[in-house]
Design a protein around this ligand. Sequence first.
Ligand code: NAD
Length: 221
Amino acid sequence: MQSHSIQQACDLICSARHLVAFTGAGISTESGIPDFRGPQGLWKRYRPIQFQDFLRDPEARREYWRRKVELYPGIRDARPNAGHLALERMYRAGRLAAVITQNIDGLHQKAGLPAERVIEIHGSEAHIVCVGCGRPMPVEETRRAFAEAAAADLLLVVGSSLQVYPAASIPGETRQAGGRVIIVNDEPTAQDGIADLVLRGRAGEILQQLADLSGRQGGIQ
Ligand code: NAD
Protein backbone atom coordinates (compact mmCIF):
# COMPACT_ATOMS: atom_id res chain seq x y z
CA MET A 1 0.00 0.00 0.00
CA GLN A 2 1.27 3.50 -0.84
CA SER A 3 2.06 6.02 1.85
CA HIS A 4 -0.48 8.86 2.13
CA SER A 5 0.32 12.49 2.91
CA ILE A 6 0.53 14.18 6.29
CA GLN A 7 -2.05 16.71 5.05
CA GLN A 8 -4.56 13.90 4.31
CA ALA A 9 -4.05 12.50 7.82
CA CYS A 10 -4.34 15.95 9.33
CA ASP A 11 -7.66 16.54 7.56
CA LEU A 12 -9.04 13.36 9.16
CA ILE A 13 -7.65 14.33 12.57
CA CYS A 14 -9.13 17.82 12.39
CA SER A 15 -12.58 16.54 11.51
CA ALA A 16 -12.58 13.72 14.10
CA ARG A 17 -14.90 14.04 17.09
CA HIS A 18 -13.32 11.26 19.17
CA LEU A 19 -9.71 10.56 18.23
CA VAL A 20 -8.00 7.66 20.01
CA ALA A 21 -4.33 6.70 19.56
CA PHE A 22 -3.27 3.04 19.71
CA THR A 23 0.46 2.69 20.22
CA GLY A 24 2.97 -0.16 20.10
CA ALA A 25 6.65 -0.71 20.77
CA GLY A 26 7.59 1.26 17.64
CA ILE A 27 6.69 4.59 19.25
CA SER A 28 9.34 3.99 21.93
CA THR A 29 12.30 2.85 19.80
CA GLU A 30 13.28 6.53 19.39
CA SER A 31 13.62 6.59 23.21
CA GLY A 32 16.14 3.75 22.97
CA ILE A 33 13.80 0.88 23.93
CA PRO A 34 14.00 -1.89 21.31
CA ASP A 35 10.77 -3.31 19.86
CA PHE A 36 10.18 -7.03 19.30
CA ARG A 37 9.61 -7.49 15.56
CA GLY A 38 11.14 -4.44 13.86
CA PRO A 39 14.45 -4.60 11.95
CA GLN A 40 16.42 -4.03 15.21
CA GLY A 41 13.88 -5.93 17.33
CA LEU A 42 14.67 -8.11 20.34
CA TRP A 43 13.51 -11.23 18.51
CA LYS A 44 16.56 -10.84 16.25
CA ARG A 45 18.70 -11.41 19.41
CA TYR A 46 16.49 -13.58 21.63
CA ARG A 47 14.05 -16.41 21.16
CA PRO A 48 10.64 -15.43 22.60
CA ILE A 49 9.77 -17.27 25.85
CA GLN A 50 6.22 -18.58 25.60
CA PHE A 51 4.00 -18.18 28.68
CA GLN A 52 3.45 -21.97 28.95
CA ASP A 53 7.23 -22.54 28.94
CA PHE A 54 7.62 -19.85 31.62
CA LEU A 55 5.13 -21.69 33.85
CA ARG A 56 6.52 -25.19 33.15
CA ASP A 57 10.28 -24.75 33.04
CA PRO A 58 12.46 -23.20 35.82
CA GLU A 59 15.24 -22.61 33.29
CA ALA A 60 12.85 -20.56 31.08
CA ARG A 61 11.92 -18.48 34.16
CA ARG A 62 15.60 -17.89 35.00
CA GLU A 63 16.25 -16.79 31.41
CA TYR A 64 13.16 -14.51 31.47
CA TRP A 65 14.32 -12.74 34.65
CA ARG A 66 17.92 -12.56 33.38
CA ARG A 67 16.63 -10.63 30.34
CA LYS A 68 14.47 -8.41 32.58
CA VAL A 69 17.50 -7.51 34.72
CA GLU A 70 19.39 -6.64 31.54
CA LEU A 71 16.61 -4.61 29.91
CA TYR A 72 14.85 -2.98 32.88
CA PRO A 73 17.32 -0.08 33.47
CA GLY A 74 16.85 1.00 29.84
CA ILE A 75 13.07 1.19 30.37
CA ARG A 76 13.30 2.80 33.83
CA ASP A 77 15.61 5.57 32.60
CA ALA A 78 14.03 6.19 29.17
CA ARG A 79 12.67 9.63 28.38
CA PRO A 80 9.64 10.38 26.18
CA ASN A 81 10.55 11.25 22.58
CA ALA A 82 9.03 13.57 19.97
CA GLY A 83 6.23 11.08 19.27
CA HIS A 84 5.05 10.80 22.89
CA LEU A 85 5.32 14.57 23.30
CA ALA A 86 3.35 15.20 20.09
CA LEU A 87 0.48 12.99 21.32
CA GLU A 88 0.51 14.87 24.64
CA ARG A 89 0.29 18.17 22.71
CA MET A 90 -2.66 16.82 20.73
CA TYR A 91 -4.34 15.82 24.01
CA ARG A 92 -3.72 19.25 25.52
CA ALA A 93 -5.10 20.92 22.38
CA GLY A 94 -8.32 18.95 22.85
CA ARG A 95 -7.76 16.78 19.78
CA LEU A 96 -7.02 13.42 21.41
CA ALA A 97 -9.43 11.66 23.76
CA ALA A 98 -7.30 8.71 24.96
CA VAL A 99 -4.30 6.49 24.26
CA ILE A 100 -4.54 2.71 24.24
CA THR A 101 -1.00 1.34 24.51
CA GLN A 102 0.53 -2.12 24.24
CA ASN A 103 3.66 -0.67 25.84
CA ILE A 104 4.78 -1.31 29.38
CA ASP A 105 7.26 1.56 29.57
CA GLY A 106 5.08 4.35 31.04
CA LEU A 107 6.40 6.90 28.52
CA HIS A 108 2.98 8.37 27.62
CA GLN A 109 2.50 9.27 31.29
CA LYS A 110 6.08 10.57 31.56
CA ALA A 111 5.24 12.81 28.56
CA GLY A 112 2.45 14.34 30.64
CA LEU A 113 -0.70 12.45 29.64
CA PRO A 114 -2.97 11.92 32.67
CA ALA A 115 -2.78 8.28 33.83
CA GLU A 116 -6.55 7.86 33.47
CA ARG A 117 -6.31 8.73 29.73
CA VAL A 118 -3.71 5.97 29.09
CA ILE A 119 -5.05 2.43 28.88
CA GLU A 120 -2.19 -0.06 29.36
CA ILE A 121 -3.69 -3.08 27.66
CA HIS A 122 -0.61 -5.24 28.36
CA GLY A 123 -0.03 -3.94 31.88
CA SER A 124 3.02 -2.04 33.03
CA GLU A 125 6.67 -2.69 33.79
CA ALA A 126 6.00 -0.87 37.06
CA HIS A 127 3.83 -3.72 38.46
CA ILE A 128 4.33 -7.45 38.73
CA VAL A 129 1.41 -9.84 39.19
CA CYS A 130 1.80 -13.28 40.77
CA VAL A 131 0.87 -15.92 38.22
CA GLY A 132 -0.39 -18.13 41.06
CA CYS A 133 -3.06 -15.81 42.44
CA GLY A 134 -3.20 -12.81 40.04
CA ARG A 135 -5.43 -12.36 37.03
CA PRO A 136 -4.21 -13.80 33.69
CA MET A 137 -4.77 -10.50 31.80
CA PRO A 138 -5.61 -6.93 32.72
CA VAL A 139 -9.35 -7.60 32.34
CA GLU A 140 -10.59 -4.09 33.10
CA GLU A 141 -7.96 -2.44 30.84
CA THR A 142 -8.96 -4.76 28.00
CA ARG A 143 -12.64 -3.89 28.45
CA ARG A 144 -11.86 -0.14 28.52
CA ALA A 145 -9.55 -0.41 25.50
CA PHE A 146 -12.21 -2.08 23.35
CA ALA A 147 -14.87 0.39 24.54
CA GLU A 148 -12.59 3.33 23.55
CA ALA A 149 -11.83 1.68 20.20
CA ALA A 150 -15.56 1.35 19.48
CA ALA A 151 -16.21 4.96 20.58
CA ALA A 152 -13.43 6.34 18.35
CA ASP A 153 -14.49 7.85 15.04
CA LEU A 154 -10.76 7.95 14.24
CA LEU A 155 -8.03 5.60 15.51
CA LEU A 156 -4.39 6.63 15.09
CA VAL A 157 -2.27 3.46 15.23
CA VAL A 158 1.44 4.13 15.88
CA GLY A 159 4.40 1.76 15.83
CA SER A 160 2.74 -1.62 16.02
CA SER A 161 3.20 -4.65 13.80
CA LEU A 162 -0.45 -5.48 14.66
CA GLN A 163 0.30 -9.16 15.11
CA VAL A 164 -0.25 -9.61 18.87
CA TYR A 165 -3.84 -10.56 19.76
CA PRO A 166 -6.23 -9.62 21.29
CA ALA A 167 -4.70 -6.10 21.10
CA ALA A 168 -4.40 -6.39 17.32
CA SER A 169 -8.22 -6.60 17.11
CA ILE A 170 -8.47 -2.95 18.23
CA PRO A 171 -8.37 -1.40 14.70
CA GLY A 172 -11.04 -3.89 13.56
CA GLU A 173 -13.19 -2.85 16.52
CA THR A 174 -13.05 0.80 15.43
CA ARG A 175 -13.81 -0.12 11.81
CA GLN A 176 -16.72 -2.33 12.80
CA ALA A 177 -18.25 0.53 14.81
CA GLY A 178 -18.01 2.80 11.74
CA GLY A 179 -14.78 4.66 12.61
CA ARG A 180 -11.72 5.27 10.44
CA VAL A 181 -8.14 4.10 10.93
CA ILE A 182 -4.76 5.74 10.24
CA ILE A 183 -1.63 3.57 10.53
CA VAL A 184 1.81 5.15 11.19
CA ASN A 185 4.66 2.62 10.90
CA ASP A 186 8.11 2.37 9.32
CA GLU A 187 7.33 -0.95 7.61
CA PRO A 188 4.16 -2.64 6.34
CA THR A 189 1.89 -4.01 9.09
CA ALA A 190 -0.44 -6.98 9.05
CA GLN A 191 -3.46 -4.65 8.78
CA ASP A 192 -2.52 -1.94 6.27
CA GLY A 193 -5.32 -3.33 4.08
CA ILE A 194 -8.07 -2.22 6.46
CA ALA A 195 -6.62 1.28 7.07
CA ASP A 196 -8.10 4.41 5.50
CA LEU A 197 -4.65 6.03 5.50
CA VAL A 198 -1.12 4.67 5.89
CA LEU A 199 1.82 6.94 6.74
CA ARG A 200 5.17 5.18 6.31
CA GLY A 201 8.10 6.59 8.33
CA ARG A 202 9.44 7.35 11.78
CA ALA A 203 6.77 7.86 14.42
CA GLY A 204 8.43 10.81 16.18
CA GLU A 205 8.77 12.86 13.01
CA ILE A 206 5.28 12.07 11.67
CA LEU A 207 3.47 12.70 14.97
CA GLN A 208 5.32 15.97 15.43
CA GLN A 209 4.17 17.10 11.96
CA LEU A 210 0.59 16.00 12.70
CA ALA A 211 0.56 17.86 16.03
CA ASP A 212 2.01 21.00 14.39
CA LEU A 213 -0.35 20.95 11.43
CA SER A 214 -3.49 20.11 13.41
CA GLY A 215 -2.47 22.74 15.98
CA ARG A 216 -2.39 25.39 13.24
CA GLN A 217 -5.65 24.19 11.66
CA GLY A 218 -8.59 25.47 13.70
CA GLY A 219 -11.83 23.72 14.56
CA ILE A 220 -11.11 21.89 17.79
CA GLN A 221 -14.38 20.23 18.81
P1 NAD B 1 6.23 -5.02 17.46
O1 NAD B 1 7.67 -5.13 17.90
O2 NAD B 1 5.54 -6.25 17.04
O3 NAD B 1 6.14 -3.98 16.23
C1 NAD B 1 6.70 -2.70 16.26
C2 NAD B 1 6.52 -2.06 14.88
O4 NAD B 1 6.94 -0.71 14.97
C3 NAD B 1 7.37 -2.74 13.81
O5 NAD B 1 6.59 -2.92 12.64
C4 NAD B 1 8.50 -1.72 13.56
O6 NAD B 1 9.02 -1.77 12.25
C5 NAD B 1 7.79 -0.40 13.86
N1 NAD B 1 8.70 0.68 14.30
C6 NAD B 1 9.83 0.57 15.07
N2 NAD B 1 10.36 1.80 15.30
C7 NAD B 1 9.57 2.69 14.64
C8 NAD B 1 9.60 4.11 14.50
N3 NAD B 1 10.54 4.85 15.08
N4 NAD B 1 8.61 4.70 13.77
C9 NAD B 1 7.64 3.95 13.18
N5 NAD B 1 7.57 2.62 13.27
C10 NAD B 1 8.51 1.99 14.01
O7 NAD B 1 5.47 -4.26 18.63
P2 NAD B 1 3.92 -4.28 19.04
O8 NAD B 1 3.05 -4.35 17.86
O9 NAD B 1 3.72 -3.25 20.09
O10 NAD B 1 3.80 -5.69 19.76
C11 NAD B 1 3.99 -6.35 20.59
C12 NAD B 1 4.41 -6.38 22.03
O11 NAD B 1 5.64 -5.75 22.24
C13 NAD B 1 3.46 -5.67 22.94
O12 NAD B 1 2.87 -6.66 23.71
C14 NAD B 1 4.34 -4.79 23.83
O13 NAD B 1 3.97 -4.94 25.18
C15 NAD B 1 5.70 -5.38 23.63
N6 NAD B 1 6.85 -4.47 23.77
C16 NAD B 1 6.76 -3.26 24.41
C17 NAD B 1 7.85 -2.42 24.51
C18 NAD B 1 7.71 -1.11 25.26
O14 NAD B 1 6.96 -1.04 26.24
N7 NAD B 1 8.38 -0.05 24.80
C19 NAD B 1 9.06 -2.78 23.91
C20 NAD B 1 9.13 -4.05 23.25
C21 NAD B 1 8.01 -4.86 23.18
